[in-house]
Design a protein. Structure first.
Length: 202
């Protein structure tokens, strides 16, 4: 089981985010010259801490994060099997939380000049399926979700056909259109429920 949380980083109230941040996270956010990146860190990290506080029954200041060598963030304390992944598209962000390792990616549904990217990043079989922007965004977010699941680089999965990955395997890799976005989730096989989507955008 996993849950998805949407948040708009421009409109998130301070009551939702600032009170859950560590001082070093606040200083990291304030150091950004980009307003978008600053708001993202404050809103997303604050909401993530709020979610974990409610889920684990611990105070926000006791929650500790760590990163792998490739930058994937994990829960360092408390040491419980709770995993998360984050994706951004413009001023909206999404957080996935699960009891299994998880990766998520989302892209705003839009027309895009996808052919040059597909030519470089997709397999011949995938390129045959890529006839329009929707097809491209579906395949692209699936590949990015797989990358975020394992915390490795995009180049590590260039030879994997994500169009059919997960069929008959322990890996769950599915794509859905949610709230104007293409959202792909990579996780050990489990059931997807639209009831597990929470919209924190205001």
């Amino acid at each position: 089981m996993f849950r998805l949380y949407f948040i708009n980083t421009e409109t998130a109230g301070e009551h939702l985010t600032w009170n859950f941040l560590h001082e070093d996270e606040i200083q990291e956010a304030l150091a950004f010259s980009s307003r978008l990146r600053r708001n993202r860190l404050i809103a997303v990290r604050g909401l993530l801490r709020k979610i974990l506080t409610e889920r684990l029954g611990v105070s926000a200041e006791n929650i500790r994060f760590c990163r792998s060598e490739n930058g994937k963030m994990f829960l360092a304390f408390p040491k419980v099997p709770v995993f998360f992944s984050v994706s951004h598209s413009r001023s909206d962000s999404i957080i996935a939380v699960s009891d299994r390792n998880i990766g998520i990616d989302m892209e705003l549904i839009r027309d895009i000049d996808y052919l040059p990217i597909a030519e470089y990043c997709f397999s011949p079989a995938e390129r045959k399926l890529c006839e329009n922007s929707d097809d491209f965004l579906r395949l692209w977010t699936r590949r990015e979700a797989l990358v975020k699941l394992y915390g490795e680089s995009l180049l590590s999965y260039m030879n994997i056909d994500v169009a059919g990955a997960a069929d008959g395997t322990p890996l769950f890799l599915r794509t859905h259109k949610v709230k104007g976005y293409v959202v792909s989730v990579a996780i050990e096989r489990c059931e997807f429920s639209r009831e597990a989507i929470y919209d924190n955008r205001r």
